[in-house]
Design a protein around this ligand. Structure first.
Ligand SMILES: Nc1ncnc2c1ncn2[C@@H]1O[C@H](COP(=O)(O)OP(=O)(O)OP(=O)(O)O)[C@@H](O)[C@H]1O
Ligand SMILES: [Mg+2]
Length: 367
């Protein structure tokens, strides 16, 4: 049995069906990220686990115990919110210790735990300050300290870094992961930032409209997306997608110059297919594989990111340009407004069924 088992949870707000038959299992000690667009149900699912929301059907099991109807404060679960939710009139020390005092933990034990947590999170020098005298990063550290001090079975984070500037987010992201490595408390972390999800999660649960799109390691979601939604959501810039059609045994786009002869294509004959390629699998250099395909396209725009650059190229008959990642040193080889050859290894071209939006296979399997 898993450490956390969410079984077929259905949640409504009035007549709005928010979580739809949602199931998921989490192993002890894992760091799980809930990822999805705004309004997809991430916070609602987290609040269901915390006991802050009632559900219509389904169950929540924690460490073998059914906690579906258990009061939040009896669940042994600690939550950290985006808004920090610190008590403004209490100093840092009291903010951290308040919950323990209410639970009747002996004074010496409280002092020890607060001191350990303050050491670990490097907030010892602020213990006497009130929250308004702290920076955003320091406040978030106090909020984390307040959760850690309870020594919970499960940690829940709801977008804890959203109010911080970009640099501090990266630092705190690192600290939260380090904290998890040392404490090994099973954690669930909600974000809509896919970089955060990819860098922090042992596994990612990608949700859309209250349904699980895919649950797996960051590598699985990135390299083996099960449908168009996952392929498009994970990766920045997004995976390039073109609409194509398989007529007889030829895959063709609306653009006359792109036609690929297929074999073994009985199962996908006469279908509309979405072809997906990530920018890093396209190159201005040959891949030197037998199945290298090449296209001649016009350069629309260049975006420099330091170590590498993105080149955007016009695709005849498509309103969206395609992105190609190039080494910064290759930038001088391409000029905006000119045509250039683009090479792609057929091993890295994904095929999706336009109708069902499901992944069919890699193009290489069909040529
Ligand atoms: N108290 C409520 N009453 C009615 N509808 C609600 C309530 N809380 C949330 N919702 C709706 O439920 C859906 C899911 O909301 P939720 O807060 O879980 O999304 P989210 O994935 O956390 O989004 P975000 O990334 O913006 O925080 C949204 O459509 C939202 O409008
Ligand atoms: Mg939310």
């Amino acid at each position: 049995m898993s450490f956390v088992d969410i079984k077929k949870v259905n949640k409504y707000y009035d007549s709005f069906h928010i979580l739809k038959d949602l199931s998921l299992s989490i192993n002890k000690g894992e760091f799980i990220v809930f990822l999805g667009p705004s309004g997809s149900g991430k916070s609602t699912l987290l609040r269901v686990i915390a006991g802050l929301e009632q559900i219509k059907s389904g169950s929540v099991i924690l460490d073998g115990e059914d906690i579906t109807t258990k009061a939040p404060y009896k669940r042994n679960v600690s939550m950290v919110f985006q808004s920090y939710a610190l008590y403004p009139h209490m100093n840092v020390e009291k903010n951290i210790s308040y919950g323990l005092k209410n639970l009747g933990v002996p004074k010496e034990e409280i002092n020890k735990r607060v001191s350990d947590v303050a050491d670990m999170l490097e907030i010892k020098n602020y213990l006497n300050r009130k929250p308004q005298a702290l920076s955003g990063g320091q406040r978030q550290r106090v909020a984390i300290g307040r959760a850690v001090v309870h020594e919970p079975k499960l940690f829940l984070f709801d977008e804890p870094l959203s109010n911080l500037d970009a640099k501090l987010r990266i630092k705190m992201r690192y600290e939260i992961k380090k904290l998890h490595t040392s404490l090994k408390i099973t954690s669930i972390y909600v974000t809509h930032d896919q970089i955060e999800a990819m860098t922090m999660g042992d596994k990612i649960l990608l949700i859309n409209e209250g349904k699980v799109m895919q649950y797996g390691t960051p590598e699985e979601l990135y390299n083996h997306p099960v449908n168009i939604f996952v392929a498009d959501f994970i990766g920045s810039p997004s995976m390039n997608m073109f609409e194509t059609f398989i007529k007889d045994d030829t895959l063709q786009t609306k653009c006359e110059s792109i036609k690929i002869k297929l074999k073994n294509c009985e199962s996908i004959k006469n279908k509309n297919i979405i072809l997906g390629i990530r920018g890093e699998h396209l190159s201005i250099n040959k891949h030197n594989t037998e199945k290298d395909l090449s296209f001649n396209l016009k350069v629309d725009m260049l975006e420099n990111l330091g170590a590498h650059a993105y080149m955007y190229l016009e695709i005849p008959s498509s309103k969206d340009p395609i992105n190609v990642r190039i080494d910064s040193r290759d930038k001088k080889r391409v000029n905006i407004g000119e045509y250039t050859n683009i090479y792609v290894d057929a091993n890295s071209i994904y095929l999706f069924d336009k109708e069902t939006e499901m992944f069919i296979g890699f193009l290489e399997e069909f040529i």
